[in-house]
Design a protein around this ligand. Structure first.
Ligand code: HEC
Length: 158
């Protein structure tokens, strides 16, 4: 009537309580018993806890993204502002240039097509020898020069 307590009965009791079991070496024990069953209240508790955590994580991640975007926006050089302060006296605020200074018309599609971004950046950095186009490599960072290239391209899109 009473089964003697031995390792096997303790193991059976343990696995029936936890739903966990070890492979008996033939690999079919787990299959025959099906997946471990976890009490449903426990399951819903864990799930709601995980959902709360996830929601909080998502909020934190969204905040981080917003901060990074702001920081980047603050750091990104303002090509239009730099052009206005350092270039517009010779190239005009509208980028059309001045015949008297012999500056090209940046709004001319033909001029836009005649030059690569790399060449524009090089010209800003090193200037054009023998012309009034002076080098800006010492006063402008690469990121600022890149912003100016974009600004000059934007004149062609109007
Ligand atoms: C002192 C006047 C002056 C200033 C300031 C100046 N430029 Fe120029 N820039 C010129 C002249 C003149 C030319 C035409 C050179 C030539 O004969 O090809 C020129 C040409 C250029 C070209 C065309 C180069 C090519 O190969 O067609 C670019 C691009 C340019 N400038 C960008 C800038 C930018 C950006 C700034 C401001 C950071 C600036 N320039 C400031 C006078 C100036």
């Amino acid at each position: 009537m009473f089964e003697r307590l031995n390792d096997v009965t303790i193991f059976k009791y343990y696995t029936s309580r936890t739903g966990l079991e070890q492979d008996n070496g033939e690999g079919d024990l787990a299959k025959s018993r099906g997946p471990a069953t976890i009490p449903s209240t426990y399951e819903t508790e864990v799930m709601s806890l995980m959902k709360t955590l996830l929601r909080q994580l998502t909020t934190v991640a969204a905040l981080c993204l917003a901060c990074t975007a702001l920081a980047l926006a603050a750091d990104a050089p303002d090509g239009a502002a730099i052009f206005k302060s350092k270039c517009s006296m010779c190239h005009g605020q509208d980028g059309k240039g001045y015949a008297a200074v012999k500056t090209p018309d940046f709004t001319d599609p033909k001029w836009q097509a005649s030059i690569t971004d790399q060449k524009i950046a090089d010209t800003i950095k090193n200037g054009k020898q023998g012309t009034m186009m002076m080098p800006f490599g010492t006063q402008l960072k690469d990121a600022e020069i890149a912003a100016l290239v974009k600004q000059i391209r934007s004149f062609g899109k109007k």
